[in-house]
Design a binder for this molecule. Structure first.
Ligand code: CA2
Length: 140
């Protein structure tokens, strides 16, 4: 199994601000935790604040040997037709993950443009969401 763990805008700030919403773990901690929990998995980790770079990462995954993508698209979840098109086009299953429960927050976060073209969505379970998404992708 080769998994891409892809994180979108502002998630590079994880663990540094707003811990009440997103927890204390940094993105490096998330990576460390996944590597420790899944030693048998080959990982590629990527984060970008730029929509086009995220689209490139999704397209590249299709031409590499990646079997599953765990994707936290950050704020682009609620706005990006371009990311939706990229997910729909890639021949690799994608699970959308959110640290916070987007349905318990502002109305504009209740809609995901991406969820309909993903295998599924995990929201509100913190860093465990990444682990559960990967567990699902490994089992499929
Ligand atoms: O809950 C999530 O994982 C989100 O994808 C996080 C996004 C938000 O726009 C989505 O609605 C839900 C925001 C990411 C911002 O990350 C930060 C982390 C620490 C400090 C500041 C921002």
């Amino acid at each position: 199994m080769h998994a891409l763990i892809l994180n979108g805008p502002n998630l590079n700030l994880l663990g540094m601000r707003e811990p009440e919403l997103y927890g204390d773990d940094t993105l490096a901690d998330v990576e460390k935790g996944l590597r420790a929990a899944f030693p048998e998995v080959r990982f590629t980790f990527a984060q970008s604040n730029h929509e086009g770079a995220l689209i490139d990462a999704l397209q590249d995954a299709g031409s590499q040997d990646i079997n599953g993508i765990v994707f936290n698209p950050g704020g682009y979840t609620h706005t990006s037709v371009a990311l939706r098109d990229a997910i729909a086009a890639v021949r690799v299953p994608v699970v959308e993950v959110h640290l916070s429960n987007i349905y318990a927050r502002e109305d504009f976060r209740h809609r995901s443009l991406l969820a309909p073209v993903c295998e599924g969505q995990i929201s509100g379970l913190g860093v465990d969401g990444y682990h559960l998404a990967l567990r699902y992708l490994m089992s499929r």
